[in-house]
Design a protein around this ligand. Structure first.
Ligand code: PML
Length: 243
């Protein structure tokens, strides 16, 4: 199978990215689809990569959705959920503060995720401007999953992001990430999530105010498993089979 990855930039800033893992015969169709994905860009990179070995994850994390009337109450809830996943309250709050101010030490967003030591709160990613990217992940039958989500009442405007983020969060847990906090860096998209093996995929809205371009991902991990986890997140190709 082939991994097709797209990333787009505008004025040096990452604005869109997506991945599909498909049979060779589907590559053209998928490239055309991904070309339409960014609203605007001045640079786009499409990467095609032949995959040797694919691992199957039989079931995605279970989806839950919660809406709040303020960012503060949504973030308080995210902290509570992270605590339920075994994360200390001060570290859960630290993760929120990091995404709020922009996780890149040089200012703004990172392309990848922050790896946070679950015991000390230290950042463990080798390159703090790049972070760690979860790649080589997709649905075995994306169309069937899309239809199943529509049937469950997920609105079309949320569909693409939910599909991509759910597959990614499912792979993260499979690779040993203990818990994850995410909200988008898209200024118009205010839904984020907390995910873990015991919580499932908990969508939370609004985790930020509209028109805010800052966002990203924080993965809580055990320090002594960091290398193995990074290798899995960045190298292992996985397909998620069902909801
Ligand atoms: C992103 O696309 O940058 C993250 C989206 C997270 C939430 C997706 C959802 O469940 O609606």
């Amino acid at each position: 199978m082939i991994s097709v990855r797209m990333r787009a930039e505008l004025k040096g800033l990452h604005v869109s990215g997506a991945e599909r893992i498909v049979d060779e015969g589907q590559v053209e169709r998928v490239v055309k689809e991904l070309l339409k994905r960014p609203k605007d860009y001045d640079k786009m990179v499409i990467t095609l990569e032949k995959l040797e070995e694919i691992y199957l994850i039989p079931k995605a994390l279970t989806i839950y959705s919660y809406d709040f009337d303020s960012v503060q109450s949504a973030r308080d809830f995210a902290v509570k959920k992270l605590e339920e996943a075994g994360i200390r309250k001060d570290l859960a709050k630290k993760a929120i503060e990091l995404l709020e101010k922009g996780p890149n030490p040089k200012g703004g967003n990172m392309r990848g995720a922050v790896l946070m030591d679950v015991k000390t709160g230290e950042r463990l990613e080798p390159d703090q401007e790049r972070g760690i990217r979860t790649v080589r992940v997709d649905w075995k039958d994306r169309k069937a999953i899309k239809l199943a989500l529509l049937k469950r009442g997920i609105k079309r405007q949320y569909l693409h992001r939910l599909l991509d983020a759910l597959a990614l969060a499912t792979k993260n847990v499979y690779c040993g990430v203990l818990a994850e906090l995410c909200w988008s860096d898209d200024p118009d998209y205010t839904t984020g999530y907390v995910a873990s093996k015991n919580l499932g995929y908990v969508r939370i809205k609004p985790l930020k105010e509209p028109n805010n371009p800052l966002g990203g991902r924080v993965y809580f991990v055990e320090r002594d498993r960091v290398e193995e986890i990074i290798n899995c997140l960045e190298r292992k190709a996985v397909l998620v089979e069902a909801l």
